[in-house]
Design a binder for this molecule. Structure first.
Ligand code: SER
Length: 879
C-alpha cells in the first residue's frame, strides 16, 4: 500500500483516468446551477445530472473530477465523532453512454490494487440483490472469491437523489482488520461496526427518477462512481479517522496552535478542535464559491457553520475573531487543485471576519440570556426550554438553531422545537407580506430596506444603448441591509438609474458588465428585478470603495449580442413549430443565454426526425430571408387583434411591446432582439425530448455557436480519421471493417483459449493406471465446464483405449464425467454404471450411455473419496 498524501491521491486518481481517455474537468461550484432540487452539491455526479439524462451534451463521453461536496445532514455529529464531516472531496469517473459495468469495475480494481497497491485480499465487493452481471464480473473476471462478495438491498446498494439519475450500485470495501470488528460472527460489509469501510461506490445509472418517484429507464446506461478522497487517504495512511490525514491534521494543528491547546488533553475541548477543523474547510470553500452568510438557504449553512465554529473557539478560550486567519491554512494547502481559493483569498477572509465579529458582538448578550433562562428553569424544576425564546436567540442574537440545541444539551435541557418552527414560520409570513420578493438576495437576510421603499423610478434604456455615462448609483445593499460603502472583494446589489442592463425576465438571462465610478469598479455578474419592477445589478467590487454618486455603465456587448440572437430565434422557432406540428403548440418556458437556448413547448408526442428537420429548415429559411425585426408599443387588445402570440408573462402594463419579424412572427415580448433575422446567422437543433407529460424541450445553437459546433464535429471526424488511418469519407466503411474483424478475432481468441485450456488439462491429467486389467486415467479439476471435461474424456479414451474418469468443481458444484472404451464395455464396465456409483459418494447422481456418461453432485469435499472408489467399482462391475 502506498502511503500517499491527500493531495497526491487526488492527483494519481485524475492522472489514471486521464490515461483511460477521460476528460478531467475542474470541480463544479458548490452552488447547483439551474437545479432547484438541490441546495448544495453533495456528490460528484450532482452537477452533471443533465449529461446523465441526455438533456445536455457532455464535452466528452468519459469525464473524471474531484468534486467539492458539502453534506450537512449530520452536522450535529461533526466534532462529537471523528468520522463525520461537512466538507469532503469526491473523486469520480463518469461514463455518459460510453463504457459500463465491466470497465468501471476493472478500472476501479486496477487503480486500487496497482496504482495505490492495496492488497486485493483486503478488498470486498458488494452488488445489488439480483445484479448477477456485476457479481460475475467481480467473481469470474476480477477473481474475488465468493466469500468476499456480498449482495445488499436497496438501502445500501441503490443510489439516488430526490430526483434525477439513479441506479443499482456495487461498492468496494476495505477490511481494516479484526481489531476494528465486532462480536458478530457474520460481520461483513454492511455491518455497523468499524471493520469494513466503504471506499468506492460504482453506480450503474440506468434510471431517471421523476418528482413522483417513478423510475424511467435511460436511453443509454451510464456510470457514476464516487470515492471519498478523505476515506481512501485514511486507508492509505492507516489513519484512524479523518483528522489524522496529513493535510487535515495540519489544519487541526493550526487550530490547537491558535488556542494554545494540546490536542488529546481534554475530550470536551477535542470536540471543539474537530468542529473548527471541519467547519473552517467547509466555510472557506463555500465562500470562495460566492456563498455569503445570510438567514436563508445556502447562506444560512455558511452562517450556521461559521457561528458554530466561532462558539467552539470560545470553548477553547479564544476571545477575539480567529477563524478568518485559519482560512489561509486551508487556502494554502488546497489551492493546489482549487485555484479559486487563492483568487478569492481576501474576500474569503473578509467575509468570515465580518460574520465572526457580528456574532461575537451579540454572543455575550445572547449567552447571558440563555444561561439566565436555563438557571431559572432549573430552579423551577423544568427541563423544557421555550421555542419562542430560542427563536428570539436566533432572530435577534444570530444563534443558529443547532447551536442553541447544542448548548441546551450540555445543560441537559430540551427544546420545544415545534414552537420554534412555528415562530419561524410566522415570521416568514410577516416578512413575505412586508417585502415583495423574498427570493432576491438583497432582502433575504431580513434587511432593513424593502423594495417599496425605493421611491425612484429606474428607467431601462438597454433596448438601444449598451453604455450609459453619468448614471446615478442610488442604493447599495449588502446582506439585506442598506449600506453606503462597499469595499474591494465585497458583493452587493446596486440600484442605478438609468440602466442599460437587462434584468432577467421572459426566459432571457440578466446582463453582465461593469459599473465604473470615480475611483472604483464593480464587476456585474447578474441583473434582476424586484416584483415592483425595480431593476438592480448584482456584483462584486473589484477596485476601490464604492460610494453613492455618478457612475458609468457598460454592458458586456459580446455576451448580449449572443443572447439576443438566441432570443430572436425562439420567436422563429415558436412559429415554425406551430406550422409543422399544429396550432396547439404553445410556449411553456424558455432559457435564453449567450451560449444556450432552450425552448419548452406543449406537444403530446416526440417529434419525428423529419419534423425536426422541417422545423430547422423553416427557421433557417426565415433567417436567410433577412426579415427586419421591429418593435411597437400598443394596447393589449390591439396586440391581440393583430394576432400577436404572447403567453408567458401574465403581468402586462397598459401598453405592451410587440416584436415582429417580417410577417412571419409577431409576439408579445420584453426581451432584447436582433435588428434583422439575418444576424442570427444560422440555427441548429441539438436535441428534442420530453420533460414532463405533454411538454417537450428543444435545445439549439445559433450564429457562431453553430460554427463552433461544426468545428467540433469536424475535429472529431478528423480525429476519428487519423485514429483509423483513413480518409474522412471512408470512416464508416473502415469502422464496419474493424467491427467485423473484431468479431472474427474474438471468435479466434475464444477457440484459442479453449485449445489452451484443453492442452493444459491434458498435461495435468494423471498417468495411465491398470486396474482389474483395464487401462484407467483419472483427473480432478477446478472451474472447468462439463463440455470441456467431456471432450477431454472422449479424446483420451479413444487415443489410449482407456477408461477416463474426470471430476470438476465449479462454484461449489461438482461434476463427474466417465468415458469407457469398447474394450472395457466388453468386460462389463459401462460408463453410466461407473459415474452413477462415483457421484453417489459425493451426494449426487446421473448416468448416460455405456461409452459416455455424466453426473452431478453437491459435496465437493467428497471428490477425492469418490474418485478413489474406482478400484472397488471396477472390481464390482468387471465380469
Ligand atoms: N453518486 C454516488 C455517490 O455519491 C457515486 O458517485 O455515492
Amino acid at each position: 500500500m502506498k502511503a500517499l498524501g491527500l493531495h497526491e491521491v487526488r492527483q494519481e486518481y485524475l492522472r489514471f483516468f486521464e490515461h483511460k481517455q477521460h476528460l478531467i474537468l475542474p470541480s463544479f461550484s458548490l452552488v447547483p446551477q439551474n437545479d432547484k432540487s438541490l441546495l448544495l452539491i453533495g456528490a460528484g455526479m450532482a452537477p452533471m445530472k443533465k449529461y446523465f439524462t441526455g438533456e445536455a451534451v457532455p464535452p466528452r463521453s468519459r469525464v473524471a473530477t474531484s468534486q467539492k461536496c458539502i453534506r450537512t445532514g449530520d452536522v450535529e455529529n461533526v466534532g462529537k465523532t471523528d468520522r463525520h464531516a461537512t466538507f469532503f472531496e469526491m473523486l469520480g469517473n463518469f461514463s455518459f453512454g460510453d463504457y459500463f459495468k465491466r470497465e468501471a469495475i476493472h478500472w476501479a480494481w486496477e487503480f486500487l490494487t496497482e496504482v495505490l497497491e492495496i492488497d486485493g485480499d483486503l478488498l470486498w465487493a458488494t452488488v445489488y440483490l439480483d445484479d448477477d452481471e456485476a457479481y460475475e464480473i467481480w467473481h469470474k473476471e476480477i477473481g474475488i472469491p465468493e466469500s468476499r462478495l456480498v449482495r445488499l438491498g436497496k438501502e445500501d446498494n441503490f443510489w439516488e437523489l430526490a430526483v434525477g439519475p439513479s441506479g443499482p450500485c456495487s461498492e468496494i470495501y476495505f477490511d481494516r482488520g479484526e481489531k476494528y470488528g465486532c462480536d458478530d460472527p457474520d460481520c461483513k460489509p454492511g455491518c455497523e461496526c468499524d471493520r469494513y469501510i466503504e471506499v468506492w461506490n460504482l453506480v450503474f445509472t440506468q434510471f431517471d427518477k421523476d418528482e413522483e418517484g417513478e423510475y424511467h429507464p435511460l436511453a443509454n446506461p451510464n456510470i457514476d462512481t464516487g470515492m471519498g478522497l478523505e476515506r481512501i487517504a485514511s486507508v492509505l495512511q492507516e489513519a484512524n479517522n479523518i483528522f489524522e490525514i496529513d493535510a487535515i491534521h495540519d489544519i487541526l494543528e493550526k487550530v490547537c496552535e491558535t488556542a494554545g491547546y494540546q490536542y488529546g488533553s481534554d475530550p470536551q475541548k477535542d470536540i471543539s478542535v474537530r468542529v473548527i477543523t471541519d467547519h473552517i474547510r467547509a466555510v472557506t470553500f463555500m465562500i470562495s464559491d460566492s456563498i455569503i452568510p445570510s438567514n436563508e438557504g445556502r447562506g444560512y449553512v455558511v452562517r450556521r457553520l461559521t457561528r458554530r465554529a466561532a462558539k467552539h473557539g470560545r470553548n477553547l478560550g479564544i476571545d477575539a475573531a480567529f477563524l478568518y486567519k485559519l482560512s489561509a491554512a486551508v487556502i494554502d494547502s488546497w489551492k493546489i487543485r482549487y485555484e479559486e481559493l487563492d483568487e478569492n483569498r481576501d474576500m474569503i477572509e473578509r467575509v468570515i471576519r465580518r460574520e465572526e465579529e457580528r456574532f461575537l458582538k451579540t454572543l455575550e448578550t445572547g449567552m447571558t440570556l440563555l444561561e439566565g433562562e436555563v438557571a431559572r428553569l432549573k430552579k423551577e424544576g423544568s427541563r423544557r426550554f421555550s421555542g419562542e425564546d430560542a427563536f428570539k436567540l436566533y432572530d435577534t442574537y444570530g444563534f443558529p438553531l443547532d447551536l442553541t440545541k447544542e448548548i441546551l444539551e450540555e445543560s441537559d435541557m430540551q427544546l420545544d422545537e415545534e414552537a420554534f418552527l412555528r415562530a419561524m414560520e410566522e415570521q416568514k409570513v410577516r416578512a413575505r407580506e412586508a417585502r415583495d420578493d423574498s427570493d432576491n438576495i438583497g432582502w433575504s437576510a431580513g434587511g432593513a430596506m424593502a423594495p417599496e421603499e425605493i421611491k425612484e423610478d429606474i428607467e431601462f434604456v438597454g433596448y438601444t444603448r449598451l453604455q450609459v455615462s453619468g448614471a446615478r448609483l442610488l442604493h447599495i445593499l449588502a446582506e439585506g441591509e442598506e449600506t453606503y460603502h462597499l469595499q474591494t472583494g465585497e458583493t452587493g446589489i446596486f440600484y442605478v438609474n438609468p440602466t442599460p442592463f437587462y434584468a432577467e425576465g421572459g426566459g432571457q438571462v440578466g446582463d453582465t458588465g461593469v459599473i465604473v465610478g470615480e475611483d472604483f469598479k464593480i464587476a456585474v455578474t447578474d441583473t434582476k428585478s424586484t416584483k415592483t419592477g425595480h431593476s438592480y445589478c448584482i456584483g462584486t467590487v473589484k477596485e476601490g470603495t464604492v460610494e453613492l454618486g455618478d457612475v458609468d455603465l457598460y454592458v458586456d456587448e459580446a455576451r448580449r449580442e449572443k443572447t439576443r440572437r438566441n432570443h430572436s430565434v425562439t420567436h422563429l422557432l415558436h412559429r415554425a413549430l406551430r406550422d409543422v406540428l399544429g396550432e396547439h403548440v404553445n410556449q411553456a418556458g424558455s432559457l435564453v443565454a449567450p451560449d444556450a437556448m432552450r425552448f419548452d413547448f406543449t406537444h403530446y408526442e416526440a417529434m419525428t426526425p423529419e419534423q425536426i428537420q422541417d422545423v430547422e429548415e423553416k427557421v433557417n429559411a426565415e433567417i436567410f430571408r433577412s426579415l427586419p425585426v421591429t418593435t411597437r408599443l400598443m394596447s393589449y387588445d390591439e396586440a391581440k387583434e393583430e394576432g400577436a402570440v404572447g403567453l408567458f408573462e401574465d403581468k402586462y402594463g397598459d401598453r405592451v411591446r410587440v416584436v415582429s419579424m417580417g410577417e412571419y412572427s409577431k409576439e408579445l415580448c420584453g426581451g432584447t432582439h436582433v435588428d434583422n433575422t439575418a444576424q442570427i446567422g444560422m440555427f441548429k437543433i441539438l436535441s428534442e425530448g420530453g420533460i414532463s407529460a405533454g411538454v417537450r424541450r428543444i435545445e439549439s445553437k445559433t450564429g457562431l455557436g453553430v460554427y463552433a459546433y461544426m468545428n467540433e464535429l469536424d475535429e472529431r471526424q478528423k480525429e476519428l480519421a487519423s485514429l483509423l488511418k483513413s480518409n474522412e469519407d471512408q470512416i464508416t466503411e473502415k469502422i464496419r471493417n474493424h467491427l467485423e474483424r473484431e468479431k472474427q478475432l474474438e471468435k479466434e481468441l475464444a477457440k484459442l483459449q479453449a485449445d489452451i485450456a484443453a492442452s493444459k488439462m491434458d498435461r495435468e491429467l494423471g498417468e495411465t493406471e491398470e486396474i482389474q486389467g483395464i487401462s484407467v486415467i483419472r483427473g480432478s479439476f477446478v472451474d472447468i465446464g462439463v463440455e470441456d471435461l467431456r471432450n477431454m474424456a472422449e479424446k483420451r479414451r479413444d487415443k489410449e483405449d482407456a477408461l477416463v474418469l474426470l471430476s470438476a468443481e465449479n462454484a461449489g458444484k461438482v461434476q463427474f464425467v466417465c468415458a469407457s472404451p469398447k474394450s472395457a464395455i466388453e468386460k462389463g464396465v459401462k460408463a453410466g454404471d461407473v459415474v452413477k456409483r462415483v457421484a453417489k459418494i459425493a451426494g449426487g447422481g446421473g448416468g448416460g450411455r455405456p461409452d459416455m456418461a455424466t453426473a452431478g453432485a453437491k459435496d465437493a469435499a467428497k471428490i477425492p473419496e469418490a474418485m478413489g472408489a474406482l478400484e472397488e467399482i471396477l472390481a464390482e462391475l468387471r465380469n
